[in-house]
Design a protein around this ligand. Structure first.
Ligand code: IPE
Ligand code: IPE
Ligand code: MG
Length: 238
């Protein structure tokens, strides 16, 4: 059966927070005899469409995994192309303002080029008051690194071992103040989290799909949402 549906489920059945591991850009390009960078370009075009769809149907938070702390292992040419796309994306905020979308960037930002950090700072500040949807871009993000920096902050604050709670650590993660993802979608046919939202995904519903990210459409998202709506979430209860 094709992993597509024309309609989203009813609003009360939707997740509050969707995480997406956008994957398969390289294979999409390879299948067309194109350089991998072209796959990333095609993939970046899909992001806006999916965000608009989430806003339209009433999903208040979405997190897109755009660049992991492990992605520096790729050839410099590809890393540069990915960072260029993100730079371009973050300096075009008209669409965000038009959609009343708040943008946040989650990740270890210090190692990024100075101009990119400046674009991030500006984009977050400009969109801070927007209320229709929160869009997190995970950039130089790694779940283990995020937990480590949270622990470091607790230690710096002088929190004693018996005072440490899940709540205190959660408040020191990049996602502080946001709901955990209810649903994490990974397209491209890979079945792993690749260091995405490790702490926050404790009770997320996971959905792996066979479509490559540049081919991902709102109809694929509707399919994912119908799968989610059928799941029975028990959180350890009965
Ligand atoms: C996009 O897909 C992931 C990133 C943006 C880093 P990939 O570049 O990982 O595509 P595949 O997995 O090689 O097909
Ligand atoms: C995960 O995809 C990272 C992003 C989507 C940004 P990868 O393609 O880097 O993951 P692996 O290497 O297949 O686990
Ligand atoms: Mg990949």
């Amino acid at each position: 059966m094709e992993e597509k549906r024309s309609q989203a489920p009813a609003r009360e059945l939707l997740p509050r927070h969707i995480g997406i591991i956008m994957d398969g850009n390289g294979r999409w390009a390879k299948a067309r005899g194109l350089p991998r960078e072209m796959g990333h370009q095609a993939g970046s075009k899909v992001v806006g469409e999916i965000i608009r769809h989430c806003k339209k149907i009433g999903v208040p938070y979405i997190t897109i995994y755009a660049f992991s702390t492990e992605n520096w292992k790729r050839p410099a040419k590809e890393v540069d192309a990915l960072l260029d796309l993100l730079r371009h994306y973050l300096s075009n905020m008209e669409e965000y303002q038009k959609e009343n979308a708040r943008l946040r960037v989650l990740g270890h930002l210090e190692p990024l080029p100075r101009d990119l950090r400046e674009s991030i700072r500006r984009a977050e500040a400009e969109s801070a008051g927007n209320t229709a949807i929160t869009v997190n871009i995970a950039l130089n993000y790694g779940g283990r690194g995020e937990i480590i920096q949270g622990v470091r902050r607790l230690l710096e604050e002088g929190v004693s071992p018996e005072e440490v709670t899940e709540e205190l650590l959660s408040q020191r993660l990049y996602t502080a103040g946001m709901p955990d993802p209810d649903l994490i979608i990974r397209p491209s046919g890979e079945y792993r989290l690749s260091n995405f939202l490790l702490w926050q995904s404790a009770y997320s519903e996971l959905l792996f799909m066979n479509v490559l990210w540049p081919d991902f459409t709102p109809e694929h998202l509707n399919y994912a949402l119908h799968q989610y709506a059928r799941r029975s979430r028990r959180f350890g209860g009965i």
